[in-house]
Design a protein. Structure first.
Length: 197
């Protein structure tokens, strides 16, 4: 199984990037966000996912681990295949997806071509549960670090950040001092800005 491809960007097309690795071109289906990070002829590293069905092998590539993690998370939802997951991630960033799930924002998902109301509701329902489970693991990993209060907006924000692949220490530091009365989306935005510094 491939974890990433690292080479020169040989071709860029609609939702596709070809990465030349030592003379072998790996065609990776990808998102608009990842395509915006790539320039033909320059070095690039894409984190990959190999989807195998019957006799077809499709390679998907992403510029960040957070995007790859979100893609895998979407594939875990019943009725969401690789093309639908790619379409969802092409319509926004992993951060925006996490916000939509945490806040139950169906409209941001139904705005994606091919995603109807039922699938949007299923994504929110199934991934909110996954966020809650990840939060339980997050709480266990926190140990004696300044704990995130159980329940409430701060925990929801921490859950969304954990799904994006941030460590418990990063999340704890980023949420430290953030006003718990703020909306969850604003708390996540503030935390992401702190971690981007």
């Amino acid at each position: 199984m491939y974890y990433y491809v690292n080479g020169t960007v040989a071709e860029i097309g609609p939702n596709l990037a070809v990465i030349d690795c030592g003379g072998v071109g790996y065609a990776c289906a990808t998102t608009n966000y990842t395509l915006a990070q790539l320039k033909r002829g320059e070095q690039a590293k894409l984190y990959t996912y190999l989807h195998v069905r019957e006799e077809i092998f499709d390679l998907y590539g992403f510029s960040t681990q957070a995007e790859l993690s979100s893609f895998k998370m979407l594939l875990g939802v019943s009725g969401v295949g690789p093309k639908a997951a790619l379409a969802i991630l092409s319509s926004g960033t992993p951060d925006q997806l996490a916000l939509s799930i945490v806040t139950g924002d169906e409209k941001s998902l139904t705005g994606v071509p091919g995603i109807g109301k039922k699938i949007a509701q299923r994504i929110i329902l199934e991934l909110k549960d996954k966020l809650a489970k990840e939060q339980t693991g997050f709480d266990a990993r926190m140990g004696t670090l300044s704990p995130i209060p159980a329940g409430g907006k701060t925990q929801e924000a921490a859950s969304a950040l954990a799904v994006l692949g941030y460590s418990s220490q990063e999340i704890s530091a980023a949420l430290k001092g953030v006003d718990a009365a703020l909306p969850v989306e604003e708390m996540i935005r503030i935390a992401l800005k702190k971690m981007a510094r």
